[in-house]
Design a protein around this ligand. Structure first.
Ligand code: AQP
Length: 348
């Protein structure tokens, strides 16, 4: 985790320090990819030591795409097991399922009355996800408001997420500031995005101009954290590069997107910076770069998988984690929601 900037504490009155709040989430829309891992999940374990950490399984976000009803709970427990295998400790962090806390959808409705149509229309992720999609539902469109609600409910200071979420986090900040200003209050903390230094947008292996996504129909485009060793080797060996002669291993996302993606993966996982890697691979072949990426990816994924399979079989334990996480989340969520309702003039 050498690439992350840490802001550990906040100063409050009379020299007393308190921990900052972190919120992050992933959707149970499939097994997380190497992109999800590098972009965010990998950092959560280190954050939990220094922050009040809240990690959510965003099942309500996942239903913006049709999910198999028989698989949604299974996928959520798979995702929880991945969190635990990445060393998120439920005794330290709050881990819960989004749909278990009704405050998220309640706040989302309220905040949708403070968000403008034009603001949502500008969201790049909506444009990308609605392309070639016959099911362009309103949930897909208003997704960023639910995400803002997730973040703002927990008085979040920092949101570790991939660069693809930057625009959504900017919107969350805008909504928080707008709400605070209208009611002349500090009801919401204004959150900040934390990203890794190299930008942490891992691209699809066979098409490095688009993002690596767990629900990509072409399975060769992503490495799932539960892929077999053979399949990881095959996917990386077949990753798109280019036909430069002699081969040039240089970071250039426009002219060399495939090579840049492999360098980015390697840099993120080893902590070595891109320039260092370029120097190391000068005069080497693309094959050499791929072998190094394979070796490094396997090292990380094998560790996760070793823990995953022993945790995943303990279903009762997993359900208990979610129940107790939901109770912990409830206290903070209720507190914020009451303040919002009071400010608006809604009384129970
Ligand atoms: N390719 C990526 N590179 C770096 N970070 C990424 N993230 C997603 N893809 C990449 C980050 O992973 C976190 C969890 O993402 P998510 O599950 O909430 O949803 P997503 O961003 O829509 O991820 P996918 O894999 O593309 O899911 P599907 O295919 O279901 O839409 C976020 O912090 C995200 O930034």
């Amino acid at each position: 985790m050498p690439n992350l900037i840490f802001y550990q504490k906040i100063k409050i009155n009379k020299g007393e320090y308190v921990k900052l709040n972190i919120f992050s989430a992933a959707q149970p829309s499939g097994i997380p990819t190497l992109g999800n891992y590098i972009g965010t999940i990998r950092s959560w374990n280190a954050f939990q030591k220094n922050y009040n950490s809240i990690y959510c399984i965003a099942d309500l976000h996942a239903i913006t795409k049709r999910q198999n009803p028989k698989l949604l709970l299974k996928n959520s427990l798979d995702l929880l097991s991945i969190y635990l295998s990445c060393d998120i400790d439920p005794k330290i962090s709050t881990i819960f399922m989004q749909s278990h806390r009704p405050e998220h959808t309640q706040l989302s409705w309220m905040l949708s009355c403070y968000t403008y149509f034009g603001e949502l229309k500008r969201m790049v992720q909506f444009k990308e996800k609605s392309k070639n999609n016959k099911n362009i539902n309103i949930g897909l469109f208003s997704y960023p408001i639910l995400m803002a609600s997730d973040i703002l409910l927990y008085q979040t200071h920092k949101v570790p997420a991939g660069l693809d979420q930057a625009q959504h986090i900017e919107l969350s900040k805008l909504i928080a500031k707008r709400f605070n200003k209208i009611y002349n209050s500090n009801i919401f903390n204004v959150p900040e995005l934390i990203i890794t230094q190299s930008g942490s947008r891992i691209m699809a292996l066979s098409n490095p101009k688009k993002k690596m996504s767990k629900s990509d129909k072409n399975k060769n485009n992503f490495i799932s954290l539960l892929d077999s060793e053979e399949s990881i080797i095959r996917k990386i060996k077949n990753a798109q590069t280019d036909s430069d002669q002699p081969p040039v291993i240089k970071y250039d996302v426009i002219k060399k997107p495939g090579i840049s993606n492999l360098l980015c993966i390697l840099s993120e996982l080893t902590g070595k910076n891109i320039i260092e890697l370029e120097t190391y691979f000068s005069n080497k072949l693309y094959r050499d770069l791929k072998l190094e990426v394979i070796h490094t990816v396997l090292e990380h994924i094998k560790k996760i998988q070793k823990k995953y399979f022993s945790i995943r079989s303990k279903e009762k334990y997993l359900i208990e984690i979610l129940q107790s996480g939901s109770e912990k989340a409830k206290k903070i969520a209720n507190n914020t929601l009451s303040k919002v309702k009071n400010a608006i003039g809604l009384h129970s």
